[in-house]
Each structure stands twice: as C-alpha cells, then as structure tokens.
Design a protein around this ligand. Structure first.
Ligand code: FRU
Length: 454
C-alpha cells in the first residue's frame, strides 16, 4: 500500500473505525480503533491525532490502552465510541470488551492529551439476552445527554437509547429503532443527529442484504423523550464498498461534519485485494472529511472546503465539448488528484466517459446528464471487480461529478454530494486519466484535472 496524500493513515499498526470525532480547544481531534503492534486487527486501543484543517494530521500518543479488567483481552479491548464536549471538558464513551462481555465506559480529559478512565466504569452492563451491545454515540439534546448503542439478540438488530444527566448514571429508554430484517442483524457504530431540521440515523449493518453499500442512512422524525423514531425513507449513505462506521460531529461553525473508515468488513472479508501486507508497517485509512446536509429532505455529503483548497493547480482544463476520441489528460502521477466534470442537461446530450487507471485497477465513470445517472465500474486485471450506479434527479442545467483520487482510493460526488460512492483502488506511482464522449460529442460546461501545485 502507498500512503495516501490527503487521507489520514497511521504511522504504524492497524486502524479501523473513527471514534470520538470532535472540535476541542481550537483543534479537530480524531480517535480510532487501533492495534499499534501489527498491521492486522488485534486487541483494540484508541489511537489519537489532531488537525487544524482536517487535511494535515499530527499523530499523538495513544489515548486509551486496554489496561483494565473489563477490556484486557486479546479478542477485546477499547472498542468504538464517541465524544461529547461539555463546559470545556472532553468526555469519551467507548465499549470495553473482555470475556465476550461488551460494557459501556467513560474516560475524561481536561486538556485533550491526558485521558482518565472513570472509577465507576463499567457504567452500563450488557443487558441479558443480548449477544452484541456496542459503539455508544453520545450527544446533548435539550436538558439530557443521550446515548444510542448498537445491539442485537443474535438474530434481530436494535438501536437502544439511554439518557443521563451526569454521564455516570444512565437510564435505559428502550429500542429507538428496530432493524427490518433486510437491514441486517446488528447495527455497528450507530449515529443519530439533526441536520437542517431533519433527524438522520446512520449505522453499519452486519449481514446487510444490499451488498457493497455498508452505511445505511434513515431519515425520519425523532421524539427522544418518548424514545421514538419514525422513519420516512432510507438509503445507503454512500454507494461504495469502502465506507464504514461513519461518525458525525459538529464543526466550530455549527456544521455537521463526518468521516468514515475507508474500508468495510464485508467486502474486505479475507482482505480481498487488501491483504494487510506483512511487509507494510501500517494498514487502514479514513475517508475524506465531509459536510452533511439535508436540503429539501434530501441527504447530501461533500468534502469540506479545506480539502478542495489543496487542489490549487489545474493540470488540464476544457470547456465547450468533449469529442468521441479518448484524450489523455496531463495529471499528477501520484498524490491526490481531483477530476471534475459538469455535463449539460439542458440540451440533448451524449454521455461522457472518464477513465482513471492506476496500478492494476481501472475505474470507468460514465456520466449521462440527460438521464441524471452515473455508472462507476472498477476493473481489475481486465475483469469487472466492483460497480455502483448513482442517480441524481435535478432541475439544474448541469450535472456535476467531482472525483477525488488518492493513492489507495477514489471518492465520487454527484450533484454536490446528493449521491456518492467510495472505492479503494490501489496505485503504483503511475496514474493515467482520460476522457471522451460516448457519441460524437458531449456538451460540457467544464472539465478540470487538478492537483497540488508542482
Ligand atoms: C465496526 C466494529 C465495531 C467495534 C470495532 C472493533 O467496524 O466492528 O462494532 O466496536 O469495529 O474494532
């Protein structure tokens, strides 16, 4: 694996889920599931990094070691959780796992560098009859601190709601959401938040029937006092296979930001095409930070401005039309590259094709403005490996498709993030980007390939 230029990756060891995302004392903090001793999953610690802009990260010492009786277990440790900032204090809640028991715990920090586990831990025991009970997400709403937790009795999945006034004593309120069978048997890393006046529930379902889109989003109405969530509609949050354990947080300007682990257990399975290379001292990285909106009831997510600001130099620029001939665009061979195309929808138009080849993989993106759809196919060694189809009905005169390609990944945002897909594709230091019309010509408002200034 090559180290991504624009995505957070650890110096060494394994990482999965982002945990405890927050903005505290003027900096963004990310914690994450971490095995510092090898590039495979193992006894979980909470790694820690900080950033001023969500682009450049500084790794700090490990925040939580699995050193207490309730978490000191080779198959356990300090599992996923979240953060809440109250009166200048950082509270971290997480699941301690040992001896097959999953219990919720609290750690506190006054400076964002030293973390103390609360002496009353574990605060919430696994209810009887449960096989899974983990990944607490805390947030304040009105006079209460709420916590949602992913739970399962082995067959059915639930999201349970708890509330507290002091973060120590927790009242169980019941299931706020029961997963329909097709949404899997256990919701990992649930999140529940309000954005633009809508309630959004997200989770990563284990054994989800819809393969290859591992974070589910349910938009609905919530009444937390009554432990009620009424779903209005649901959709995959992202249509790619490498997007898992999404966690949101509130930025300094009140915006709803989020990051996910750029992978997924189901797809990774036995690490298909992603074997933690025994030679590599590290494994895993996070997706780009995105802002979530819900405008007119439609969910969108789009990389934050500081990400776009890094693409300061246009290597290739075109407007007017694309011809049927494939043109190979000048582009950086490594690092991160942004490719954006705005196809006209207000005239009868032919679809456009963008081809991105790196390493053994080739991504073909076919964007059709007239049918407002984008088909993404990943080819590996000459055969189709993965695919996604995105569609964004809209009245806009252009259909815009933004792609950010890094050393190990491609993230695609259609219509400003109304539909998105994230795939891992692995580079080898050579990247080739081509574009053409699938027809005689495709009318475009713009096409650009950009990167960091040389
Ligand atoms: C999700 C997950 C969580 C758990 C953690 C363990 O990827 O399985 O449910 O807390 O990873 O590392």
């Amino acid at each position: 694996m090559r180290r991504p230029a624009l995505h957070f990756s650890p110096r060494k060891g394994w990482i999965n889920d982002p945990n405890g995302l927050c903005f505290f004392n003027g900096r963004y903090h990310i914690f994450y599931q971490h095995n510092p001793y090898s590039s495979s999953w193992g006894k979980m610690h909470w790694g820690h990094a900080v950033s001023d802009d969500l682009v450049d990260w500084e790794e700090l010492p490990i925040a939580l070691y699995p050193d207490r009786w309730y978490e000191d277990d080779e198959q356990g440790g300090c599992f996923s959780g979240s953060a809440l900032i109250e009166d200048g204090v950082m509270y971290l809640v997480y699941t301690a796992v040992a001896g097959g028991k999953q219990r919720q715990c609290l750690a506190i920090s006054h400076d964002g560098e030293v973390f103390e586990k609360h002496p009353a831990n574990p605060l919430i025991d696994m209810p009887s009859g449960y096989t899974d009970f983990r990944d607490p997400r805390i947030f304040r709403h009105g006079g209460w601190i709420y916590m949602v937790i992913g739970a399962s009795d082995g067959t059915h999945g639930f999201i349970d709601l708890y509330r507290s006034e002091d973060m120590i004593g927790w009242e169980a309120m019941g299931h706020i959401y029961e997963l329909p069978a097709e949404q899997g048997r256990m919701p990992e890393c649930p999140d529940l938040f309000e954005v633009d006046g809508h309630w959004v529930l997200t989770f990563s379902p284990v054994d989800y029937v819809r393969e290859g889109a591992p974070v589910m989003a349910v938009i609905g109405d919530a009444d937390l006092d009554r432990c009620r969530f009424v779903p209005r509609y649901s959709q995959p949050f992202d249509y790619g296979s490498d997007f898992y354990a999404l966690q949101s947080f509130i930025g300094p300007d009140g915006s709803r930001l989020a990051m996910a682990w750029a992978n997924g257990w189901q797809w990774m399975g036995t690490f298909k095409g992603f074997s933690p290379d025994p030679e590599s001292p590290w494994c895993g990285f996070m997706t780009l930070p995105r802002e979530i909106r819900c405008i007119g009831g439609r969910l969108s997510s789009y990389p934050v401005k500081s990400v776009w600001d890094t693409f300061s130099h246009d290597f290739y620029k075109l407007d007017g039309e694309l011809s049927g001939e494939m043109s190979i665009c000048p582009s950086p061979q490594s690092g991160a590259t942004a490719v954006s195309i705005a196809i006209r929808r207000d005239v009868p138009n032919a679809p456009a094709e963008v081809d991105i080849e790196q390493g053994r993989e080739r991504m073909v993106v076919i964007a059709d403005g007239n049918s407002s759809s984008v088909a993404v196919t990943i080819w590996k060694d000459g055969s189709v490996d993965r695919a996604a189809c995105l569609s964004v009905p809209s009245d806009a005169s252009d259909m815009r498709v933004d792609m950010i390609i890094d050393e190990d990944s491609a993230e695609i945002f259609v219509g400003g993030g109304l539909s998105t897909t994230s795939f891992n594709i692995y580079a080898d230091g050579k990247r080739s980007i081509g574009c053409r019309s699938i027809g005689r010509s495709t009318k475009i408002s713009s096409f650009t390939v950009s990167g960091r200034k040389k």
